[in-house]
Design a protein around this ligand. Structure first.
Ligand code: SF4
Length: 413
């Protein structure tokens, strides 16, 4: 959001860098190098989901303290230590669970951050944009999907943030201009009762406020009866990780849903007027040229083309450090050693034409990021047909379906 000041960093006595996502971590590495060179002797801390995953690499970049996503008390202790202070004392007899609950009960203080309007906004189908804030109602995830970077850190655990803390945080952001809130929970329906109480309270206090959340297909299916309540409380869209429409691939990823579940959820959300924003892992070692063409046809048949952010047509499976994907012989056969420049185990597809198509699709999306989604889709389909040496009779233009709202920042990981 902001550049490091070109001049001195005089008076800086402690630096902590938040690493909640893969992209953030890649961006942070050159910043850490610069900080280490400009601030010799000043303690550097890295915290967040991707910090423990990349512990060795971060320490090689001069980081002294590496903390995971449950960092609150330890981060305060590290900052106090940098100033020669002892850790804040816990009340006598306090257990670690009580300490954890105390940390979760702290309302985030966002003073000093750039103004909300400088971050991603929500763009509505009529072209309007709304200032968006962000809140988390839970941390971690109770699932263990094989490709997910949350799993090596949380291993099936999640914790709920108290509702009054979440609402106070949202209230502060509404006062700061937010007209929309993105719930950043890995999965909003890990605790569905907690989530529903929260959005009903949110809607009662701020009836014009909209929100979006990420909910896995399995939960949308299982908690089908709750979906009307999302639609009635200002939910603008639900992001859901479909990943693939191939049941074999879904089984390898241990996603907990099938293609039939995706079809059922799509129909149900459409009937409720609840916009669904699916995300995909379009390119995996199991993708074939014909499989990718079938995938495009299937998304069109489901009427989801305008729901798909262009980057989703391009995404490659990331094999991160300690990923459960490395349990699979098929992944170990194609993945190389950990590469610190990409923070992944890079892999090559056994069919080099598939990797070539992925690069072409990525380039196509990159050159026209703001064209209508149908036009991007048609161009990608032509690329996929050409790569497979297939001919397709010119068909009627895609039926124009209503666009859905989306965040102006399309990167998810
Ligand atoms: S992919 Fe989603 S549901 Fe699966 S473990 Fe990760 S956060 Fe949880």
């Amino acid at each position: 959001m902001e550049r490091l000041p070109a001049g001195g960093l005089d008076g800086v006595t402690f630096v902590a860098v938040s690493l909640p996502m893969h992209t953030a971590t890649r961006l942070a590495l050159p910043v850490l190098r610069t900080l280490r060179a400009r601030l010799p002797g000043v303690p550097l801390c890295a915290f967040g989901l991707y910090a423990p995953l990349n512990d060795v690499l971060l320490r090689a970049h001069g980081v002294d303290v590496v903390l995971g996503p449950e960092y609150d008390d330890a981060l305060v202790a590290a900052a106090r230590a940098a100033h020669g202070l002892a850790p804040a004392a816990l009340p006598p007899g306090a257990t670690s669970a009580a300490a954890r609950a105390r940390a979760l009960a702290v309302v985030p203080d966002r003073a000093g951050l750039p103004a909300l309007e400088r971050y991603a906004r929500v763009r509505w189908p009529d072209g309007r944009e709304s200032v968006a804030g962000v809140a988390e109602s839970s941390r971690g995830c109770k699932h263990r999907c094989r490709h997910c970077p949350i799993v090596p850190v949380y291993d099936g655990r999640f914790v709920a943030v108290p509702a009054d803390v979440v609402l106070e945080d949202i209230g502060a952001q509404v006062a700061g201009g937010a007209a929309h809130i993105t719930f950043a929970d890995p999965d909003f329906f890990n605790g569905p009762t907690h989530a529903l109480r929260l959005v009903e309270a949110l809607h009662e206090r701020w009836p014009a406020l909209t929100y979006d959340a990420t909910i896995k297909v399995e939960h949308l299916r299982r908690h089908d009866a709750l979906l009307p309540r999302l639609a009635a409380t200002g939910c603008a869209f639900v992001t859901t990780a479909v990943e693939s429409l191939d049941d074999v691939v879904l089984g390898r990823l241990e996603k907990g849903h099938t293609r039939a579940d995706v079809e059922a959820v799509t129909a149900r959300c459409r009937a409720l007027g609840l916009a669904l924003a699916p995300t995909f892992l379009a390119f995996t070692p199991w993708t074939t040229l014909d499989g990718y063409r079938r995938f495009l046809d299937d998304i069109e048949a489901l009427g989801l083309v305008p729901h798909v952010a262009p980057v989703q047509w391009t995404l490659r499976l990331l094999v991160t450090q300690h990923s459960r994907l490395l349990e699979l012989d098929e992944i170990r056969a194609v993945a190389g050693p950990f590469d610190p420049s990409t923070l992944t185990h890079p892999w090559s597809h056994p069919d080099p034409r598939v990797d070539a198509l992925q690069r072409e699709v990525m380039t196509r999306v990159g050159v026209a990021p703001h064209e209508p989604r149908e036009a991007t889709f048609q161009a990608i389909r032509a690329q996929a047909d050409a790569a497979a040496g297939a001919w397709r009779a010119p068909g009627p233009p895609l039926v124009a379906r209503a666009a859905i709202p989306y965040l102006t920042e399309p990167w998810y990981c």
